[in-house]
Write a protein that binds this ligand. Structure first.
Ligand code: PHE
Length: 360
């Protein structure tokens, strides 16, 4: 059958009868048509059909080869040349179209990726600034023999006030200043009750720090929070003096704020220490000349401290004639805010990743 007649006929319906031998011109015309059909294929299945019609077992190419075989010796070279042209042109048209259709199909599946765009980085987590400061502070005190003690956030009035020589009419016991539970217990207003718990269960000498949360009915503002952290310190032994307190806190200041730090004690009052002081460190930013961080005073208030009151020793069955001791309490937020130059205490509790990432 002449290829022009079999072109649209499915292979299984196609007669295997061979048509008249193809002439040189027939082959050239078939070549042009086949190339055109391959180039026009709109999708891969259509292209495959066109390939079968041209290069397949019952397609054009076998017809051409048969014509070649049947040709006279004079005709054969021309027909051979034409059939080679057919093969090359059709093969080239088929593979070019196949490549183009496959590339187009890929583009439809996913937009081309721009491999030069920056990736989505995974930010590593880090310790909260308060935890970072706490770890540093603990490290400094551990180095001079302090161990870390702790107590519960919910305390008894006895531990939080009575045993700390704080009389019933002291303003800090007022419901205006303290969160009480229905059963009469309270959220501890400072970490000092850990002094009582520790001395009740340990014989002197004791040398502890006790970090933890404390709670007060404070109205939140840039420097106040109803829930904050303190670090308590207690050293009780024979002949502990104010000089030990000053020496140890000066060592602490030099470790944390820098080797040129100075320490200043101002007279103060706490029920559980006698004498009592407030402790200032020279400003680590300006060195004492006055700046924004120290509000132009040259000093930064860091702690309350003093010599343990004999009444506190009596409450825990220590002999005030045999031992003396010092105690101090400092605010961890305050140290964090000074060291990390944080403007507002509330940032420390809001867990805004943009804030926290600065200290990662
Ligand atoms: N507990 C005191 C406060 O919270 C601080 C302090 C602790 C003072 C130990 C003296 C001794 O203000």
């Amino acid at each position: 059958m002449h290829p022009a007649l079999s072109a649209g006929v499915p292979p299984d319906l196609r007669s295997t009868r061979t048509g008249p031998a193809m002439t040189y011109d027939d082959i050239l015309k078939s070549t042009a048509e086949a190339v055109e059909a391959l180039q026009a294929a709109a999708d891969l299945p259509t292209l495959e059909e066109a390939r079968i019609r041209t290069l397949g077992r019952n397609g054009l190419l076998p017809q051409i080869m048969k014509s070649l075989k049947d040709a006279t010796p004079e005709e054969r070279p021309r027909l051979g040349q034409a059939s080679n042209q057919f093969k090359e042109a059709v093969q080239a048209a088929w593979s070019a179209r196949k490549e183009a259709l496959e590339a187009a199909a890929l583009d439809k599946v996913a937009p081309p990726a721009d491999v030069t765009l920056p990736g989505h980085g995974v930010r590593p987590g880090s310790l909260h600034p308060i935890t970072q400061i706490l770890e540093r502070v603990q490290q400094v005190f551990r180095a001079i023999g302090f161990t870390v003690a702790s107590g519960p956030d919910i305390e008894t009035v006895e531990h939080n006030f009575d045993a700390l020589n704080t009389p019933a009419d002291h303003p800090s016991r007022d419901p205006q200043d303290t969160f009480y539970l229905a059963d009469g217990r309270l959220l501890r207003t400072h970490t000092s009750p850990v002094q009582i718990r520790h001395m009740k269960t340990h014989k002197p000498p004791v040398r502890i720090i006790a970090p933890g949360r404390a709670y007060r009915r404070d109205t939140p503002d840039a420097t106040h929070s109803a829930n904050f952290h303190q670090l308590e310190g207690l050293f009780v032994a024979e002949k502990v003096s104010m000089a030990d307190l000053k020496g140890d806190l000066t060592y602490f200041a030099r470790q944390v704020l820098g080797p040129k730090s100075k320490t200043r004690f101002r007279p103060h009052f706490f029920p559980f220490t006698e004498p009592s002081v407030e402790v200032d460190f020279s400003c680590h930013v300006c060195g004492g000349s006055g700046c924004r961080v120290c509000k132009n005073s040259g000093w930064i208030e860091i702690a309350g401290a003093g010599m343990v009151d004999p009444n506190v020793f009596k409450a825990v069955d220590y002999d005030p004639e045999a031992v003396t001791g010092y105690a101090f309490g400092m605010g961890l937020e305050r140290i964090a805010m000074i060291l990390l130059e944080i403007q507002d205490i509330r940032h420390l509790y809001e867990n805004d990743a943009r804030f926290l990432a600065q200290f990662a």
